[in-house]
Design a protein. Structure first.
Length: 98
């Protein structure tokens, strides 16, 4: 069964900000970032329970090559990505996700 992966508003904003950062002329890794995001999203769609719970029903999936983590919850056949969290941010700032 394939799950639907939906990026909530906060996650969409964080993805856009990360893409803008990596798309800078001196970095030019925006496409690589989006490719890794899509790769991880496809894993979530095929098996969202693969990744560990961090608290209550909140799970996390780390992106390879980039310092970002997708925080998400599974609701029926939908994976709701709540945040594309930069791993160098204060972990307490994600307390409002649930």
């Amino acid at each position: 069964m394939a799950f639907n992966v939906i990026f909530k508003e906060l996650a969409q904003i964080e993805v856009a900000e990360a893409w803008q950062w990596y798309q800078q002329p001196d970095i030019q890794m925006g496409d690589a970032f989006l490719f890794e995001l899509e790769r991880t999203s496809s894993f979530l769609a095929s098996n969202p329970y693969l990744y560990p719970k961090v608290e209550q029903d909140l799970r996390r999936a780390h992106l390879n090559r980039f310092p970002y983590t997708l925080f998400y919850v599974v609701d029926g056949d939908t994976v709701n990505v709540l945040s594309c969290f930069h791993q160098h941010r204060d972990p307490k700032s994600r307390d409002d996700l649930l």
